[in-house]
Design a protein around this ligand. Structure first.
Ligand code: GAP
Length: 458
């Protein structure tokens, strides 16, 4: 389990410029957050890492950037209009509102409330649970609450103009499956990856950026031949876990949760989540969902659009609608997990504790910081900065003692501090200090670019 309290970690991200409260000067907007200079850099690097590993390094996966507002029929076909809702229950006494399933799981974490009917949830709550806000046991019946944000297109607001902000990026992929197949000359098995914003009118957002109403997803839809689907499911389970471990996340903070048969959607053969031991939770919480979606989505879009979604295997002449494996992870949630995993407070000596973020260099907001030892080294330091900044994210800091400057960089996860000192001009070298080991080595200025390139590799 992470060693530090959630409050401490959240506070660190706020004071150091990773995340700010949303709309702060207007008193804020509940559960909305803005990413500051370090946050946007970290977020971009996480997306870059995912795109690199899921799209660029796979010959049979291509990218897509579909619209946020789609034809509303998409959401009828996908089932979101009818079923994308949460069971809502109100305390009759203090009028606080809760998600009934979360209330039950919060009371007993061994229960999988997602598998319970509304009647079962109501009965369980009536017998066992008091309102967490006021302590009374008087709840309304459960009502289903639509999670999609509605908007309208054009100047007249009527039923015809109604549209939705997408609650997932996945459907934009399914409706473009034929376009990609036609234009990319891919053959099954192949995948389409997409990164983008999604919106859900969550009833119980919270735990900082863990659950928000506006967030980003990184989703892959991988199209397979029926019969090979479960092999691909296992393949992507491992691929996703390896991705997290490769980013340096601690194995003991990650685990799989495989869904029981009765918890699976009716069309799915298997689904699991990768869970992370977030410090706000007593146990583990969902980080990444990996779902076997069979041919459900493509078949539904075929039915609602009239467009054939069959794939013709030109070698065997077989025709089929492919089965889909879908790994889907939230950028913001992964960012939170990475920070929780990387945060540490280390005792350097009796009077010195340093905060350090052990982020993988690939995702760290800055790869290196240039620190001239005194003003006399400013020119050379600036020269080095100007060269390196063309290739890497580099910070420059010439204020305060060198010890303080090291600490500042440790706290924001900069893996290398490059000190330009009195000898640098003559020996054409600098001292590189490693964030994690605090060891120092002398490196030729002309070798810096290769040095960093080698170190930040994924
Ligand atoms: N297309 C499948 C899909 O959207 P999901 O389990 O609802 O599946 C996938 O979402 C991932 O998106 C989650 O595992 C989580 O990382 C992230 N996510 C979902 N809802 C979120 C929210 N309200 N705030 C932040 N991240 C969210």
């Amino acid at each position: 389990m992470p060693k530090f309290s959630f409050e401490k970690i959240v506070n660190h991200t706020k004071v150091s410029g990773f995340v700010y409260p949303g709309s702060e000067i207007y008193g804020g907007l509940a559960n909305s957050w803005d990413y500051g200079p370090l946050g946007v850099a970290l977020k971009n690097n996480i997306k870059k890492a995912w795109w690199q590993k899921f799209v660029i390094e796979n010959q049979n996966i291509v990218g897509l950037d579909s619209s946020i507002i789609l034809n509303p029929k998409v959401w009828e076909a996908s089932g979101h209009v009818a079923t994308f809702n949460d069971p809502l229950i109100d305390c009759k006494y203090c009028h606080s509102r809760f998600r009934a399933d979360k209330l039950v799981e919060g009371h007993d974490s061994s229960i999988r409330a997602s598998a319970m009917s509304n009647q079962e949830l109501e009965d369980y709550i009536a017998k066992n649970i008091v309102c967490p806000k006021c302590g009374h046991n008087q709840f309304t019946n459960i009502r289903q609450f639509q999670l999609m944000f509605k908007t309208s297109i054009g100047v007249v607001e009527d039923a015809k103009s109604q549209a939705y902000l997408r609650p997932e990026t996945a459907q934009g992929i399914f409706i473009n499956y034929k376009n990609v197949l036609r234009t990319s000359r891919k053959k099954i098995p192949f995948g389409i990856g997409q990164i983008g914003k999604a919106f859900r009118n969550e009833i119980t957002p919270g735990n900082f950026i863990f659950r928000t109403r506006e967030f980003e997803q990184m989703e892959l839809e991988f199209f397979t031949k029926p019969g090979t689907d479960l092999e691909w499911y296992e393949y992507f389970k491992k691929y996703c876990m390896d991705f997290l471990l490769n980013l340096g996340m601690k194995q003991e903070n990650l685990k799989f949760l495989e869904y029981e048969k009765e918890e699976l959607a009716h069309y799915s053969k298997a689904t699991c989540d990768i869970l992370y031991a977030f410090p706000f939770s007593n146990g583990f919480e969902e980080l990444w969902g990996i779902a076997h979606r069979s041919d459900y989505d493509l078949t539904k879009h075929q039915e609602y659009s009239g467009e054939k979604m069959e794939y013709l295997d030109v070698d065997t002449k077989e025709k089929y609608i492919p089965y889909v494996i879908e790994p889907s992870v939230g950028v913001d949630r992964l960012l939170l997990a990475l920070i929780c995993d990387a945060y540490d407070e280390e005792t350097v000596n009796e009077n010195d504790v340093r905060i350090v973020l052990h982020l993988h260099p690939f995702v760290a907001p800055f790869k290196a910081a240039i620190l001239p030892l005194s003003k006399q080294q400013n020119d050379l330091a600036n020269e080095i900065y100007a060269k390196l900044v063309k290739e890497f994210e580099i910070d420059f800091d010439n204020t305060g003692s060198i010890g303080k400057r090291y600490r500042r960089q440790d706290a924001i996860g900069t893996p290398y501090c490059i000190t330009v000192d009195f000898d640098s001009e003559t020996d054409k070298s600098v001292t590189i200090r490693n964030r994690d080991t605090m060891e120092q080595e002398r490196v030729k200025i002309e070798d810096l670019s290769n040095y960093l390139k080698e170190k930040i590799k994924l």
